[in-house]
Design a protein around this ligand. Structure first.
Ligand code: FE2
Ligand code: FE2
Length: 322
């Protein structure tokens, strides 16, 4: 059988030899015998794996999370899930492969996405909102680079490079359409909030090996981090309307919808309600889109169990007819 490339193409019984990133691993014991339990990732997915070699103990002290390994093994079935049984593994040499090749990638290049973002900013005519968006997105190079290449989340929706920018643009587009349905909706305020709603993720997420949350992200969270960043930017703009400032901050602070979901205030304006639902609509739809792409190659009618949604996703309807 030909060797599979990429995690999502591994079949039960099928062989694979490739480079993967260690997302996490543990040294475990079964009947007194040590073995390694790992979760591996590549640019197209992740998979649980076991290694039962005689040197498991020794390897455990040499490997760390985020390492790139060259692995030889084959797919197995464990309680209905695809796993990988590793036969041989070694650390990749420095010049063999780069992290960038192993990180999940989005559908568009950062360049294409920046053009779309700038076009959208160009539709905002209110001078204060325009200046705020310009100052945030176009003056801080380091921030702009991170915003264009960071994921929107660690594991669920948009967990790929450029995921944050793609999610932000989809949310802004959904808001743009929704703004035409409701006569009192203030479109420019809504689009400004949509473009800024997740900027705190640039400080919340880190890319070290794989995507993870930074200590700052775990302690403060992207909602508060985003609000602080916007507040600081507003303070640098002369005579910025305090009322507009409050409404923009409200959009950011309420976008998760409730206290249980991490928002200190629930949406209290028409624009905040539209933004919250647009954010949810995209996060959940993009999450399911990702499940379809990840699990379709397994050939089953339903996806693996999706803990965050508490259900399996039906896949059969997305398969091309033979
Ligand atoms: Fe968010
Ligand atoms: Fe979001």
């Amino acid at each position: 059988m030909a060797k599979a490339k990429h995690i999502r193409n591994i079949e039960v019984g099928g062989a694979i030899t490739d480079f993967f990133v260690v997302r996490w691993f543990e040294l475990r014991h079964h009947d007194g015998k040590p073995y390694l339990m790992l979760e591996l990732g590549c640019s197209r997915g992740r998979i649980k794996a076991t290694y039962w070699g005689e040197d498991a103990n020794e390897l455990a002290s040499k490997i760390t999370d985020g390492d790139i390994l060259k692995i030889q093994g084959h797919g197995t079935d464990y309680k209905g899930q695809r796993w990988l049984k590793i036969e041989r593994l070694r650390k990749a040499k420095k010049d063999e492969i780069s992290y960038e090749k192993l990180l999940p990638r989005g559908r568009y290049s950062p360049k294409v996405l920046w053009t779309r973002l700038k076009k959208l900013i160009g539709t905002i005519k209110n001078p204060q909102m325009q200046e705020l968006l310009h100052n945030i997105f176009e003056t801080d190079r380091e921030f702009a680079k991170k915003f264009a290449t960071y994921p929107a989340a660690k594991l669920w929706h948009g967990a790929y490079t450029t995921g944050l920018m793609e999610h932000t643009l989809r949310v802004a587009k959904l808001c743009d359409v929704a703004s035409t349905f409701y006569p009192d909706c203030r479109r420019e305020l809504l689009i400004t909030g949509a473009l800024l709603h997740d900027i705190g993720k640039v400080d919340e997420i880190t890319i070290s090996g794989f995507f993870d949350y930074s200590p700052k992200g775990r302690l403060i969270g992207h909602i508060a981090l985003g609000a602080i960043k916007v507040q600081n930017a507003i303070e640098k703009i002369k005579n910025f309307s305090p009322e507009i400032a409050d409404e923009i901050l409200h959009l950011i602070l309420s976008h998760h919808g409730s206290g249980e979901m991490g928002s200190p205030v629930p949406p209290k304006t028409l624009e905040a309600m539209i933004l919250h639902h647009s954010d949810m609509l995209d996060a959940q739809s993009e999450g399911i889109q990702h499940i379809i792409e990840r699990d379709m190659p397994r050939g089953e009618n339903f996806s693996e169990y999706i803990k965050i949604l508490g259900r399996f996703i039906y896949l059969e309807g997305y398969r091309d007819g033979d």
